[in-house]
Design a protein around this ligand. Structure first.
Ligand code: VGL
Ligand code: ZN
Length: 201
């Protein structure tokens, strides 16, 4: 259970965008299920006056990762499209720092640190320990956590706030094991999603 975060902590939310939610162009199974836990984490960080960061996949229309260009993925998260918008239910604070990645046509980038100023922005905010959740466990979350650890950040992976593509069954589980081995601390946000009231019979 995530306790009150402390000075030096930051929340890093990875790619919680429409295209990665059920019905999206590159839907992650259960992708929408991360939002409740992430919103609870946001409230904890906000209440402590601690910084919140969010990355977004932000591709040009002819991005090299798209099948038409020989890449592995259907077109997704095209700059300024509905699919690229952050999930409407995500309660991102106004003060959150938004970092766009994988923006050049000829290069893919799964990590939020790849080709961005995320590291500088985190350091400027005094962040030393990152709490990471979002989509997808086996791609952008894994790559971002790996880079964060390589850059000397301590990382807590919010295991109830991530979901995997699972292109091969077990990819998500293996990614979590890998992050564990890299030194990430596996942590739960905890708490419960509030269900809308059942309709009267
Ligand atoms: C992602 C596949 C392609 C991700 C982004 O955010 O995990 N996965 N582009
Ligand atoms: Zn992408």
């Amino acid at each position: 259970m995530l306790e009150r975060p402390a000075h030096g902590d930051a929340l890093l939310i990875v790619d919680v965008q429409n295209d990665f939610l059920p019905g999206g162009a590159l839907a992650v199974p259960g992708g929408d299920e991360v939002i409740g836990a992430i919103n609870r984490a946001i409230r904890l960080f906000e209440a402590s006056g601690l910084p919140v960061f969010a990355t977004r996949d932000w591709h040009p229309a002819d991005h090299c990762s798209f099948r038409e260009q020989g890449g592995p993925w259907p077109p997704h998260c095209v700059q300024n499209s509905r699919g690229a918008e952050l999930a409407a239910r995500l309660e991102l604070p106004r003060s959150a720092v938004l970092v766009s990645k994988a923006t050049s046509p000829e290069r893919d980038a799964y990590s939020g640190f790849d080709g961005t100023n995320l590291e500088e922005r985190l350091r400027a905010a005094g962040a030393r320990r990152l709490y990471v959740g979002g989509l997808a466990t086996d791609y952008c979350v894994l790559a971002t956590v790996r880079h964060a650890i390589e850059r000397g950040f301590r990382v807590h992976l919010l295991v109830d706030a991530v979901r995997a593509v699972d292109a091969r069954p077990g990819d998500g589980e293996r990614a979590i094991e890998q992050m564990d081995r890299l030194g990430a601390v596996l942590t739960e946000v905890g708490g419960e999603d509030v269900q809308p009231p059942a309709p009267a019979p």
